[in-house]
Design a protein around this ligand. Structure first.
Ligand code: TXA
Ligand code: MG
Length: 332
């Protein structure tokens, strides 16, 4: 595995690796992805091995533009409107596969749907155009761990499992894309992300429901800690996810035990903590999203007794930030 600074030669080498069935980690505007040629079953299978990812959890297919995606995904009017409004960008659409879609069935994990996204990052764009194939890519971390927002995070999490890592610096967004299913009657938000629900609703002109509301109430007897929260939920959204090694304590105020670290937001009081990082001293949610995984990685590396987290407001991007924090707080 090599860490390559990104220039034309680095892109050409990485594209050739992809075409030969290799695994290439690359930056996007959200987080780093671990890419493989989406048309190559063996290459896609290697992604699941490298991440230790369960095979029932499908992958996102990345392409440089909407036109390319139309070969394997069926776009109705609503999907076209969303693609035109948000691509390139941090919105992933779940659509029906076309008959004879030329992407591996493994990316869909046995479903008749496919997740599609056009990343808004010059390195991702250059890589996909040079490779000339759709790129299947989950976040470039071991399954269940924090998503990587820097090349160093990828190297630390995957070791030699990636054939090559393209180092494009820190990801500007810092949180994964929003995953929206358009396979039912109404749009269903499977994963909150960088594109927030209200801006999607403004484009489609209808309510976007969460997976739990779309599935109706849980059947009686469903244990509250059931890992899959509803049958409609994105198969990858296990409750325990994005886990740092240290336990997380949410909505924290004062320090509660010796050796606790604090992940603060805004002007939260920080006395009594062994280490403190602030998501955004100014209380800005975009800045907080961009620094969330980096600061969690940083605090976790200090080996604290626990990581306490100050409250983060739930509006706009706060919904996605709190979603990741709640998942990080669940111990598997
Ligand atoms: O920002 C991102 O989305 C990053 C970058 C690299 O693009 N990728 C990413 O991939 O976060 P991953 O695999 O870590 O998360 C993709 C999510 C998973 O929760 C998966 O279950 C869901 O999308 N997903 C993929 N295909 C699906 C499908 N056909 N139906 C329902 N959910 C799907
Ligand atoms: Mg992931």
């Amino acid at each position: 595995m090599a860490l390559r600074p990104v220039d034309g030669a680095g892109i050409a080498v990485a594209a050739a690796r992809l075409r030969r069935g290799g695994l290439v980690a690359f930056p996007t505007e959200t987080v780093y992805g671990l890419g493989a040629d989406a048309t190559d079953d063996r290459a896609v299978a290697r992604i699941f091995e490298a991440k230790g990812r369960p095979h029932f959890n499908p992958l996102i297919v990345h392409a440089p533009d909407l036109a390319a995606h139309r070969a394997w995904a069926v776009f109705d009017d609503r999907a076209l409107r969303l693609a035109e409004a948000f691509w390139p960008g941090a919105l992933t659409l779940i659509l029906k596969r076309t008959p004879d879609a030329p992407v591996s069935r493994l990316v869909s994990a046995g479903l008749d749907t496919v997740a599609v996204r056009v990343p808004d990052h010059p390195v991702a764009q250059a890589l996909m155009r040079a490779a000339g194939c759709p790129v299947a890519a989950p976040s470039a971390n071991r399954s269940g761990r924090l998503s990587p927002t820097e090349a160093g995070h990828v190297a630390a999490s995957l070791g030699g499992a990636a054939d090559l890592i393209l180092d494009g610096g820190p990801c500007p967004g810092g949180l994964e894309s929003t995953v929206l299913s358009l396979t039912g009657d109404g749009p269903v938000l499977l994963r909150p992300g960088l594109v927030s629900r209200d801006v999607i609703e403004a484009v489609v002109g209808e309510a976007v429901v969460g997976p739990v509301e779309a599935a109706g109430p849980a059947p009686p007897g469903t244990p509250p800690e059931s890992p899959l929260e509803s049958p409609l939920e994105s198969p990858g959204l296990l409750a325990a996810h994005y886990a740092p090694r240290a336990p997380l304590r949410l909505d924290a105020g004062e320090a509660q035990e010796a050796g606790e670290a604090l992940l603060a937001f805004g002007d939260a009081p920080a006395s009594g903590y062994a280490a403190v990082r602030n998501l955004s001293p100014a209380g800005d949610l975009t800045e907080a999203a961009a620094s969330l995984f980096r600061l969690l990685h940083e605090l976790d590396a200090l080996g604290p007794a626990a990581i306490a987290v100050s409250p983060v407001p739930e509006d706009g991007l706060g919904a996605a930030i709190n979603d990741r924090l709640r998942r990080a707080a669940v111990r598997s």
